[in-house]
Design a protein around this ligand. Sequence first.
Ligand SMILES: Nc1ncnc2c1ncn2[C@@H]1O[C@H](COP(=O)(O)OP(=O)(O)OP(=O)(O)O)[C@@H](O)[C@H]1O
Length: 326
Amino acid sequence: MTQPDLPDYAIIAEGLEKTYAGSKKREPKQALKGIDLKVRRGSIFGLLGPNGAGKSTFINILAGLTNKTGGTASIWGHDITAAARQARASIGVVPQEINMDVFFTPFETLELMAGFYGVPKGERRSDELLEVMGLADKRNAYVRQLSGGMKRRLLIAKALVHNPPVLVLDEPTAGVDIELRRQLWEYVVKLNGLGVTIVLTTHYLEEAQELCDEIAIIDQGRVVACEPKHSLLRRLDRKTLIIEAEDTLSAIPAGFEGLDADVREGALTITYRAGQTSVGDLIARFNESGQRIRDLRTEEPDLEDVFLALTYNAGHNGAQEAKTAR
Ligand SMILES: Nc1ncnc2c1ncn2[C@@H]1O[C@H](COP(=O)(O)OP(=O)(O)OP(=O)(O)O)[C@@H](O)[C@H]1O
C-alpha cells in the first residue's frame, strides 16, 4: 500500500478457475483455467478476448453473480469469498444488456438502486450522479422516453450508487453508434479522473488502444497477455516502411533479397523487426538500387495486430469478428 487504506491494486485474481457443471446432455465446461490478473488502482484496464474467452465469466465472479470453482480473487483488498460483502460493495458492474424498469424516472431508478444497496437516504448521490452523467435535465422524465445513449449512461450511474471505487463495464458500447460511443467514453474518462478504477471489455480494439493504459488479453480461459498498453504494442517488434520512388515501381529493387519486401500500389513496402534492422540501412539499400526517394513513412503494429497474433488459434473467429465490428 502506498497510501493509507488504499490498495495498490483494485483487483487481484490468482489462479482463478471456473468449471460450469455439466448435465446429461452437456459436458462440464472449464471457462477459466487459472486466471492471474492485477488491475492497478486508478487505471483504465481493458479486458479483451475473442467470443467465449471467459470475460463475462470473470466479471460475473467478481460481481458475485457466479461462484468460482478454484483460485482466489480480491476487490479493493477484500477477498470475494471471505469478505464477500465488502468486495461486492467495492465494485459496480454495468451489464451488457439494458435492464431497467421503464416506468420509473432516472432519479427514482437511482434511489431504488441505492435502497437496494442499503445506502442511507442522507448519503445518496442520485442528483450528483445524474449531473456527472449528463442526465440532470432528464431527472424526472420516464426512462422509456430516454434515448439509447441516455439509457446507457443511466446504467453507468446505476452501477455507481453505492460509490464503488471500481467500475466494470461489460461491452458498454456494443451496437451503439460512433457518436454515442465517443460520448460514453468521455464520461468513462471523466469518472476515471474522479478516481474510479475502470475495467472494460470491448470488441472495439481501436477504442481499447486509445482509452486503456493496461490491457489483458484472455483466450480460451487463460491470460495470454497482461501488461501496460505500450509494452503490449512493442511486443510484436515489427514495423513497416513504405517508400515511394520518383518513378512508380513495378518490381522490388535490387538489394532487398531476403527481406519481407513487396511492391504495393507502386510503392515499396518492407516489414522488418525494429530490433534487427534499421530504417537507415533500408534507405541506404534503396538509394544504392539507383532509385530516388519521393516520400517515405513508417507504420507500427496496432492493438489489433497484437490481438490477432496472441489469439491466433485454430478454429477461432472471435478475433476476426473483432476486426469486422469496427
Ligand atoms: N452458464 C453456463 N453454462 C455452461 N457454459 C457456460 C455458461 N456460461 C458461459 N459458458 C461457457 O464458458 C465459456 C466462456 O464464456 P463467457 O461468456 O465467459 O465468454 P466471453 O469471453 O464473455 O464471451 P463473449 O465475448 O461472447 O461475451 C464459453 O465457452 C461459454 O460457452
